[in-house]
Structures are given as C-alpha cells and as structure tokens.
Design a protein. Structure first.
Length: 230
C-alpha cells in the first residue's frame, strides 16, 4: 500500500480551515482555488483528496503543475474518490496552489507518500456503530444515529524503516494521536480488494502505539486495522 502519514498541509498558512479538518463533511465551497504557504521548502509527490464533486484537481508550485483526474464521476460513486493520488513528479517549493473544477471539496492533504508492502493475508470486511435493541417480547428496535462503512486489515512486516518512522514521529502529535484518518492508495493490493477500494480514506482502530521488530536492522512491523471514514 501507499500511504500519506505526515500531511504537511496541516502546517501550512493561508489554508481554509475546512480543508485540514479530518471530517470530510467540512466542505470548502467559497472558492475553487486556495494556496498553501510554508516557512521552508517542502517536498510533495502526492495529494490526498477527500469528498469532492470535482472531476479534476490540480496542484501547482508556480512553475509546474499536475492535474489529477478522479476515476469515478457519478454521484453515487464520488465517495470512493477519497484517498491518495500520486503526482508522477516531485515538487520542492514553499508555495502550492490547489484548484479544482467542482463546487466543493472536503479535505486535501499533501506530502511524501511511503510504500509499505503488506502480507498476503488480508482481512476485508465491514463495521457499524448501529446498536439495535431487542424488547422483552423479542421485537428488534433499530438503533438511531449510527453509521457503517468498510474495513480492511493490512499487516506490514519489516517494512517500516527510518524514513517511515520519522514520518510517524513528525505527525504523531498533530495528526496520529488525534486519530486523523490516512489517505491510502491500495494499488498493490488490488488483486485481493474491490476496485472501489483502490483509493481509501480510513482511520486505524487506535493510534499507532508500538512497532515490533526481531531483526538486527531498523525494520519494524505493524498491523494496520483500517476503518473507512467520511
């Protein structure tokens, strides 16, 4: 899988507040363009996109630009646009401009993606927060206010190196400890996952706590238990 661990959009100035909140329902509808400015030059090779009716999203550093074409266009499938997209090139700039051709956009994340190979064993499923109640006469009363989504468990064995660890360290206080969802691209897992799970926006069941290793190298393991977020 490819994952954006440290979303540097969280540290930028000039970014609308709704763009950096973890809830995708916090939509930015004021303009189709916004600019992220950093104190020092930042490397960007991917973009995370969450909840938009746009079919194209463009990122530019002022001299070069890349346009991402979102794969699904019908209203019922737009939710599956949420996830990580690779730019195919690397930017290194202090200023990034993001624009789109839609009416709204939820969250946008940028930074450097990491590739984490996963074990062949995968657990694919669903989850729900609905809590129904059974009466004394055996009647079922549906729970109110719950929601449901998809889940996938991916076991990473000895693929977490120093670069990935440093990403976790950089993002831990501002994002991971607060349980922000991750932007994912599950392209290497597509032979075992549905096509609508290629791009995925998901939270781990709990913040990363301990990494495991039994080797003599700086290579660690962790089992990610992802639940879809909205």
């Amino acid at each position: 899988m490819k994952i954006l661990i440290n979303d540097i959009m969280q540290y930028a100035t000039g970014v609308p507040a709704s763009i950096i909140t973890p809830a995708l329902s916090d939509r930015y509808i004021t303009d189709i363009t916004f600019t992220a400015t950093f104190a020092t030059s930042e490397i960007v090779d991917c973009i995370g996109i969450g909840y938009t009716d746009a079919t194209e999203v463009t990122i530019s550093d002022g001299s070069d630009s890349v346009t991402i074409t979102l794969p699904y266009t019908t209203a019922s499938e737009r939710v599956y646009n949420n996830g990580l997209y690779l730019l195919g090139m690397t930017f290194d700039s202090t200023v990034y401009t993001i624009s789109h051709n839609g009416n709204y956009i939820g969250r946008v994340g940028i930074g450097q993606y990491r590739t984490l190979g996963t074990n062949p064993t995968k657990e694919l499923g669903f989850y729900t927060t609905n809590e129904s109640r059974r009466t004394l006469s055996g009647q079922v009363i549906p729970g109110a206010g719950g929601y449901c989504g998809r889940s996938v468990d991916l076991d990473v064995r000895y693929k977490i190196d120093l670069a990935v660890y440093n990403d976790i360290l950089a993002a831990y206080c501002s994002q991971i400890s607060k349980e922000y969802p991750y932007f994912l691209l599950l392209d290497d897992e597509q032979h075992k996952l549905p096509a609508t799970m290629l791009h995925f926006y998901a939270q781990t069941d709990k913040p990363i706590s301990k990494l495991q290793s039994s080797t003599y190298k700086f290579l660690y393991s962790y089992k990610f238990q992802f639940q879809e977020c909205f």
